[in-house]
Ligand binder design. Sequence first.
Ligand code: GKR
Ligand code: MG
Length: 423
Amino acid sequence: VTARSRISRVTVTPVAFADPPLLNVVGVHQPFALRAVLELHTDTGLIGLGETYADETHLARLDAVAAELPGHDPYDLDGLRRLVARMLASGESGRAGASFGGMLDVDSALDTVYSPFEVACLDLQGHEAGRPMSDLLGGRVRDRVAFSGYLFYKWDRHPGQSPDEWGEALGPDQIVTQARRMVDGWGFGSLKLKGGVLPPEEECAAIEALRDAFPGLPLRLDPNGAWTPETSLRVANRLAGVVEYLEDPTPGIAGMAQVSAGTDVPLATNMCVIAFEHLPPAIASDAVQVVLSDHHLWGGLRRSMLLGGITETFGLGLSMHSNSHLGISLAAMVHLAAASPHLTYACDTHYPWKTEDLIEPGGLEFVDGSVTVPTTPGLGVTLDRDRLGELHEQYLSCGVRRREDTVYMQEIQPDFRPNTSRW
Ligand code: GKR
Ligand code: MG
């Protein structure tokens, strides 16, 4: 293989995979989560993989970029970013199309559209060089990446379906049972509870039950902005010394700064700092002490490395955010975490919640809550084409075309309103 390889063909395949009824501030997960799988082929026979959101608007943009890519040099990442910017400028709206279930309002689509193409180009570079992706990001600073077990309030089934293997979790005892399963099955050494579902007192009681059941295990609570600053301070007082951080207790940089000024409990975010331009005001007002990176949202792996450097410079902690995802994304997250010197917390992952995947098994296993960083070329995962085909068929037949937690919840509970700033 020569260094002159060029991208010759690109495919973007939307897929749907079964997702349990996980509850959150804006509603409940639909029966299927969507992702798009990118395959970049080169004229030298290599394939680079990427994974991203698959809401319809986002898919249309991915397709537009894909059509322009043949002939592009997979090493020319700046050129790729300019190409994506050009394609977006020629479309109707530059705002990100991925709806994030209604939780995030992302200003620009550039980072979210560029990201999976960058990952796929880096995968190609790794295959060409015969080096794992973490080497392309500066080298591994750790051989294993620790994740936290991600707990959710949930129903035992989607309406009309039979109960799932996790069962219902609507109170402290059931959350502890869910946590046991996570810890016993995957070995997680820290736990995060997705809140914003029940009144804060009940969510605090669940965290306290977890503390009693797993003494010493680091805990986090993330209500996705369901509380006012006053409530957030009450919760912070109650959970001081119990949680390692509170994640997005209240919406916005100003609200978070108000909470931060009144507590020593570290505040983390994947909601009010979601782009580089949010860092200066957040840092100036000491609004957050921990930023959750997410390469899907922050413009790929290299920009996520840059984010890591900025957090280190300004004395912020760094953790990693996750939405429902499949194995290609997990591999990219693992390589990024492996190459990030200043990663100060275990990363989030939704991975245990999925029952279907499209990579060949064996590459990424959770042992003691950690995934060993692949050392084979590129991402180190191989696409299972039969599974890709099946999950694409499932996309075509399932009827879900974008993530809509609130709409789905209102089909089941018509009077439901998002809990943002409710308490
Ligand atoms: O999947 O329900 C969910 C989560 O609430 C997710 O959408 C969030 O983006 O995991 C996320 C978070 O940490 O805020
Ligand atoms: Mg969060």
